[in-house]
Design a protein around this ligand. Structure first.
Ligand SMILES: C[S@@+](CC[C@H](N)C(=O)[O-])C[C@H]1O[C@@H](n2cnc3c(N)ncnc32)[C@H](O)[C@@H]1O
Length: 460
């Protein structure tokens, strides 16, 4: 496993600081730290990091993104350290800056710059912003003390699950309940960086051919599953041969299971009528059309803006679907009354399985969200099931690792719908499964997000 947890506390003999790593970025570090702290404050206020990063000025974006991801991953440790340094939190903007600095510099091996540089630049960032200027002295005192007493302070926070696992306590307890044998491995995996994985469009190329093309250009990767290539190193999509014309797409390896699972056993030569009920941004819609180009796909999403992204993605892949902005839970508003051969329900969920790619999600969710989303999922399942032909198939999936959004949801559904047959299904896939831990149930070894998949068939 790449990032063993809990992270070992560096001994007193550890080097005082990692050398600064040059980024070639002309923007001063204090400016990046300011922007990162404002992202942290906004996430704490309930806003998604993805949306916040999208609106960063271009010159700042790569730097702020790299720092924000690291801060989100280690915010639990930082919060615990801040509580040791000052019982009472300073005002929100100053606390976000202080915690960002602690998250970045507490672990010398992972620190993107030397701890001394980070402290220096954080204090500068505090001074340069009128929102935090009054606390610059306080931030300086806290961080200098951290540098002096680092080992001891880390040791004092080590018994705190928040510091140890960098997830909210309720989340840790939920995983302990749901996966008593695998919760540590799941939390550890969520701390790692996800690889960039591609899906090869089998109507244009093959995994073998595309790998060879990449290698000829000096990029390396490995095949994962029948359609996937995991790149050794992430790269801008514009550099991927044929990306603009739909030869490949970026999609996590676990997400690539949806389309083949739904089509399993169906005659893909026929013009199947398929509903993709929660389609945006269209990753799985595109895969369905690559595997079954003759399908008549209705791609639905309640969010019209996100629906636009389905249109763009399908254009790039040069495939067509009927893209509709509507609520799947209200078929009277969009359904023409013709039954579907297959339905994909990639339901809205807590996204607890994609912590590697979205380390802000754990801080955004509340415990009550699990129940609330499970109710929505159950309602969508019940509403869409009657739209399926007898003999037709439905895939229910979520990018969650909580049982309430996976196994339990489907068990309850099967109790109330005796015309549903549960076909062999992947079930819960754990993020980046570790082959050395057979206690984790998974059907595929490789680096992928956490997901749940159930394949249901309606009795003919
Ligand atoms: C997990 S994402 C889907 C990802 C997509 N299937 C893909 O592979 O690219 C869930 C989507 O469900 C949509 N959604 C949530 N509630 C919905 C509803 N009642 N009807 C239709 N779409 C809904 C959200 O807007 C979101 O785009």
């Amino acid at each position: 496993m790449k990032n063993p947890m809990p992270h070992p506390i560096p001994s007193a003999a550890a080097p005082p600081a990692a050398p600064a790593r040059a980024t070639g970025n002309p923007v001063p570090l204090w400016r990046l730290l300011q922007a990162t702290a404002s992202v942290v404050a906004a996430v704490r206020g309930g806003r998604s990091m993805t949306a916040l990063l999208e609106v960063q000025p271009l010159a700042l974006r790569p730097g702020v993104q790299a720092l924000s991801f690291q801060v989100m991953r280690w915010l639990g440790r930082a919060q615990a350290l801040r509580a040791q340094l000052a019982r009472k939190a300073p005002p929100a903007a100053a606390d976000a800056l202080l915690c960002s600095a602690l998250a970045l510099c507490w672990d010398y091996e992972r620190a993107p710059y030397s701890a001394f540089t980070l402290v220096d630049q954080t204090v500068q960032a505090a001074r340069e912003n009128k929102e935090t200027r009054a606390q610059a002295h306080f931030i300086n005192a806290c961080l200098r003390r951290f540098l002096r007493e680092r080992d001891e302070l880390i040791r004092q926070t080590d018994a705190d699950p928040l510091a140890l696992w960098n997830h909210p306590l309720w989340w840790i307890q939920q995983l302990q309940q749901d996966h008593p044998n695998g919760w540590q491995a799941i939390l550890t995996a969520s701390q790692s960086a996800a690889p960039m994985t591609l899906r090869v469009n089998v109507t244009r190329s093959s995994v073998v051919d595309y790998l060879a093309q990449l290698e000829a250009l000096g990029f390396s990767g490995r095949a994962v599953g029948p359609y996937g290539i995991e790149l050794a190193k992430a790269m801008p999509v514009q550099q991927l041969p044929g990306f603009a014309h739909g030869v490949v797409s970026v999609q996590d390896a676990a997400a690539q299971w949806a389309a083949p699972l739904l089509l399993q056993g169906l005659d893909v030569q026929k013009p199947l009528r398929i509903l993709d009920a929660c389609a945006a941004p269209g990753g799985k819609t595109g895969h369905l059309l690559e595997l079954c180009p003759t399908a008549q796909v209705v791609a639905l999403d309640v969010d019209a803006q996100r629906g636009e992204r389905v249109v763009q993605n399908l254009q790039r892949l040069q495939v067509q679907a009927q893209v509709v902005a509507a609520d799947a839970a209200q078929p009277d508003q969009w359904w023409d009354g013709t039954l579907f051969d297959a339905i994909l329900l990639d339901a809205p969920c807590t996204a607890s399985g994609i912590g590697r790619r979205h380390p802000d999600v754990r801080w955004l969710r509340r415990q009550s969200d699990v129940k609330q989303l499970a109710r929505i999922q159950s309602h969508l399942l019940q509403t869409l099931w009657p739209l399926l032909k007898p003999g037709g198939q439905m895939v229910y999936c979520t990018c969650s690792i909580f049982l309430a959004e996976g196994d339990w949801q489907i068990q309850t559904f099967l109790k109330h719908n005796t015309d549903a047959i549960f076909l062999p299904s992947p079930g819960h896939l754990m993020p980046q499964n570790d082959p050395m831990r057979p206690s984790l149930q998974d059907n595929q070894v490789g680096e992928h997000d956490g997901f749940y998949y159930a394949l249901l068939q309606k009795r003919a």
